[in-house]
Design a protein around this ligand. Structure first.
Ligand code: ADP
Length: 387
């Protein structure tokens, strides 16, 4: 294992410079090429193509049953594609059994042996491979250090916390030095606080080891905070692949917009196209936004979407600047979350959300239930969704 330390603080900078998917000369490490997997009449993965690059922290994200695990299991060799190819480092993996693939999988259940100590659990894979005792000893010691479990080496799994068990499973998966580490819901068993800590640890570790991680998760926050790129899956297909900011700020479809974070979506029709300004007529009034006009036509059914935190909420009688979308309605609900307050505003039978950061401790005259308010959204915060 290479061991060039990089601080977590540098992570953002490292990550923003790292974008092999934008480099036409870069060769992907993992390629799914037109892969389909059927179980009887059920199509779990449907003609899916995807490339993952070396050193990526790649997240497969989607609701339960969308095919994430099946995709991962085909890469690990536990399932065989019905059609298509899975290629790793240029080699077609067809017919290569799991233990001969340069991949290793960490399961959601961790699958630790209950009767074995931490040390023995970690050493087990190498023993099965017939690695020499002295080497096993050294590699186990290094792996224990990596996941900061040196002091607990002789404990059994039931004497560990959830977070510690997770680290044993991680050490056990890493000790085989896989090119690609596959993690199936790796943090699913941890409570929220520990999960956040572990997310950072996992990213730091992946960066430090220079490995490629592919993670399966149904938790969007997890994918957003850890991944270099996310593939959002829908019924065995990929709805969109992109960096977390792209997925969040420029979702390609209603499905992706709705799946990631909170969003207001209003259906409408293209009413006017004027250069780069497009007007959509909706049941809540006209909404204008900047958009390249070449992909849309007058009369086309589209949706306008925007994020609650990009919405300003004011009292209906308060003067506001023009040039933005304004929607008047009544406050239906208020959710105080400490750091944020979410207002649910009812307009023409539809409920829209505005999220306001509570930047000051006390507000003199807060907006209350049933008040008439206006939601204001800048044109550049509106998204046009054609699919
Ligand atoms: P996810 O990981 O996104 O929850 P899966 O890949 O586990 O989804 O499953 C995708 C679909 O394939 C589901 O509808 C599931 O019921 C089906 N499926 C998965 N594995 C099997 C199997 N071994 N036999 C039959 N159907 C399966």
């Amino acid at each position: 294992m290479s061991d060039t330390p990089k601080t977590t603080a540098a992570l953002g900078a490292v990550r923003s410079a790292f974008a092999p998917w934008n480099d036409p000369a870069a060769k992907p490490l993992v390629v799914f090429d037109g892969v389909t997997k059927r179980y009887g009449a059920e199509t779990a993965v449907n003609d899916l193509s995807l490339a993952v690059y070396e050193r990526e922290f790649f997240a497969l994200l989607g609701p339960s049953g969308c095919g994430k695990s099946t995709l991962m299991r085909m890469l690990a060799g536990f399932e065989t594609p019905t059609a298509g190819r899975v290629v790793l480092a240029g080699e077609d993996l067809a017919g290569v059994p799991p233990h001969l693939r340069p991949t290793n999988m960490m399961f959601q259940s961790y699958a630790l042996f209950p009767h074995m100590t931490v040390e023995k659990n970690i050493a087990f894979g190498l023993q099965m491979e017939g690695v020499a005792k002295a080497e096993i000893h050294d590699r186990v010691a290094a792996a224990l250090k990596l996941v900061k479990l040196e002091a607990l080496a002789s404990r059994k799994p039931h004497q560990l916390s959830g977070g510690q068990r997770q680290r044993v499973a991680l050490a056990r998966a890493l000790i085989k030095r896989p090119k690609v580490l596959l993690l199936d819901e790796p943090l699913g068993a941890l409570d929220r606080k520990l999960r956040e800590e572990t997310q950072f640890e996992l990213v730091a570790l992946q960066e430090r080891l220079g490995l490629t991680f592919i993670i399966v998760t149904h938790d969007q926050d997890e994918a957003m905070s850890m991944a270099t790129r996310i593939a959002v899956m829908d019924k065995g297909r990929i709805a969109q692949v992109g960096t977390p900011p792209v997925i969040y700020e420029a979702p390609a479809t209603r499905y992706v917009a709705d799946f990631i974070g909170d969003i207001n979506i209003v259906e409408g029709k293209v009413a006017a196209i004027d250069g780069r300004r497009v007007t959509i007529s909706t049941a809540l009034g006209d909404m204008a936004l900047p958009e390249a006009a070449d992909s849309i036509a007058i009369g086309q059914e589209v949706a306008v979407a925007w994020r609650p935190e990009k919405t300003r909420i004011v009292r209906a009688d308060e003067p506001v600047a023009g040039g933005q979308t304004m929607i008047e309605g009544a406050v239906h609900d208020i959710g105080y979350l400490g750091d944020w307050t979410t207002y649910v505003v009812e307009v023409a039978g539809q409920r829209l959300r505005a999220a306001v950061a509570n930047a000051s401790r006390l507000v003199e005259r807060p907006i209350s239930w049933d008040e008439r308010v206006r939601l204001c959204v800048a044109p550049e915060s509106l998204l046009l969704l054609t699919r």
